[in-house]
Design a protein around this ligand. Sequence first.
Ligand SMILES: NC(=O)c1ccc[n+]([C@@H]2O[C@H](COP(=O)([O-])OP(=O)(O)OC[C@H]3O[C@@H](n4cnc5c(N)ncnc54)[C@H](OP(=O)(O)O)[C@@H]3O)[C@@H](O)[C@H]2O)c1
Length: 265
Amino acid sequence: MFDLSKFSLKGKVAVVTGGGRGIGQAIAFGFAKSGAKVVVTSRKAQDLEATVTEIKTFGGEAFPLPAHLGKMDEIQKMVNTVMDRFGRIDILVNNAGASPAMGSVLESDERLWDTIMNLNLKGVYFVSQAVARIMKKQGGGKIINIASIDGFNPEPGVSVYSVSKAGVRMITRAFASELAPMNIQVNTIAPGPISTKMMNSHWAHLAPEEAEKAKAALEKMLPTGRIGQPDEIVGAALYLASEASNYTTGTEIVIDGGILLQGLK
Ligand SMILES: NC(=O)c1ccc[n+]([C@@H]2O[C@H](COP(=O)([O-])OP(=O)(O)OC[C@H]3O[C@@H](n4cnc5c(N)ncnc54)[C@H](OP(=O)(O)O)[C@@H]3O)[C@@H](O)[C@H]2O)c1
């Protein structure tokens, strides 16, 4: 009979990138509530400290670790620090992501490309590589990559981001196929519109009234009729981080309010 304790993360060490706000913070809260020791890492120490303080209020264990995850030296330093402190890494969530500007394919420049690719692709690949080497020695682990529905259908104005998220889906498949024999499961969560700073930045350049209209138009396009909340990603992350998913690898969970059903953006 299925044992519900397989969903527990008790005693596991988890690293959640971009854990200081938005989806990453929600996942960090969920993991800590499930018993994991959670390392949250991103650039802004203040956001990380606030997340850790919140986790401690409900008796969880967490550790803030500032790092720029688009830089190779900072990636290795981050992983080394986690190992010095905890001695193992059982779960990695590659959640940190950037979508800093909108612009047509005719306008996107090299700087935008490098900013997005350095974090969304190079960062995800090499954080995964550094952690997977540790997981191999440990005899197993879980890697969860946060992609996007934009990695399925390109969103007009965010082509570089869309390309990066399609790449994240392939990072999952490439790592999953090589690491499966080492008992390391690698999977993707692909969110649709979720109410976070990144989502809201889509409308930041608009006047408040126009922003409301744009938001209402998006909600109308969503079969569920509303934009999702960061908490709505947590259940899937808990499943993919836990022993309940030991036979699940190289696959994708889309959490998008049904928007891909209609091929809509
Ligand atoms: N919200 C959505 O609708 C949506 C939809 C699909 C996919 N996603 C994906 O979900 C993930 C989380 O996004 P979100 O919506 O929660 O966005 P968010 O609120 O903007 O959070 C992004 C996180 O990434 C961190 N980050 C950014 N640049 C970084 C860098 N160079 N090094 C380390 N950390 C960095 C940020 O922290 P610092 O600024 O402190 O570094 C922040 O914690 C992203 O991968 C995003 O692409 C979001």
